[in-house]
Write a protein that binds this ligand. Structure first.
Ligand code: ZN
Length: 311
């Protein structure tokens, strides 16, 4: 049987929020089967639990942000996508995340530090079967037209693949690979995806700073690109780090649905907003999906039974 997973022991991280610039402490703790991933704001007078679900997402402009019942005025946790991507990469189903601020620390701008933290705490197999959300009908969402067109799609697939294409009008980005396909069953998440960092253009960064955003951003936690080149002294971690980061984000954004997917995800220039819209469109059509477990591991997609602590 493919079993649910949580952590063996608790682990802590300290860092800064990329948007708030605030110092943040995180404690990641084991959780019972069928808990899902739940953030707990422990800095509030009465701690508030915010479960990660498609309908608790309340803002997708700069990052994926959740609040209880998706209420934009409620207590929130922003920039959850890189941590969720690491959880998906390690096949973690159940986890409590105690946090003392409203933003997950950015650490090195990728999911690699979260993978390291979670692996150090150890992965525990639980008694309940792991529940997958199986996509049965193709669902697609689109936005914009012409040069501004972007779309994202989930199609039926016995496995979980993500295909992404970006198109940046910037020589430093367009000189790198702009299309990538990743198979979650390959066991290569940690090596091929987790280390890809978030990125920003100097022109956008100045604008965002003037609005009080990305206050914690620096070349220690992001790739910074001007009109012509990558400014980080050590260059890129992967030749196609930009598109790989978009796949890392998509894995985190899709994990918001609360279960690993059985689907082929494809996106052209999408982002957090379109990813959430895609999940909402999927969940709005009850005939488009169901939930499955694998009592017989041989019936699971190739590589899924080993999605492993070894990742
Ligand atoms: Zn990201």
């Amino acid at each position: 049987m493919l079993q649910q997973r949580t952590l063996k022991s608790l682990t802590r991280a300290v860092g800064v929020g990329i948007h708030s610039g605030q110092r943040v402490e995180l404690t990641l703790r084991p959780a019972a089967p069928d808990t899902g991933i739940v953030f707990r704001r422990v800095d509030l007078n009465t701690p508030v639990d915010i479960p990660v679900r498609t309908d608790t997402v309340c803002d997708t402009r700069m990052a994926t942000t959740i609040s209880p019942n998706g209420d934009p005025g409620g207590p929130k946790v922003q920039t959850i996508e890189h941590l969720l991507s690491a959880c998906a990469g390690l096949g973690l189903d159940n986890l409590y995340v105690d946090i003392n601020a409203d933003e997950v620390p950015i650490l090195d701008g990728s999911a690699a530090s979260f993978v390291y933290l979670l692996q150090s705490a150890g992965i525990e197999l639980q008694k309940e079967p792991k529940k997958f959300l199986r996509v049965k009908k193709t669902v697609e969402v689109r936005q914009g037209e012409g040069k501004r067109l972007m779309w994202a799609r989930l199609a039926p697939h016995h496995g979980y693949t993500l295909s992404f294409e970006i198109e940046f009008d910037n020589p430093a980005v367009s000189a790198t690979g702009q299309q990538y396909v990743f198979d979650m069953g390959s066991g290569q998440y940690k090596r091929e995806i987790a280390r890809a960092r978030t990125f920003g253009m100097t022109s956008d960064i100045e604008l965002m700073r003037s609005r009080g955003l990305t206050l914690g951003g620096s070349m220690d936690n992001a790739i910074v690109v001007d009109d012509y080149r990558v400014l980080n002294a050590d260059g890129l971690r992967y030749d196609d780090e930009f598109v790989k980061h978009k796949i890392l984000d998509a894995i985190g954004d899709m994990q918001v649905v609360g279960h690993p997917l059985l689907a082929a995800y494809t996106s052209f220039k999408g982002g957090h907003a379109l990813n959430n819209k895609l999940l909402r469109a999927l969940l709005a059509d009850e005939t488009a999906y169901d939930y499955v477990t694998f009592e017989d591991e041989a019936k699971a997609p190739q590589g899924f039974a080993k999605l492993a602590p070894a990742w």
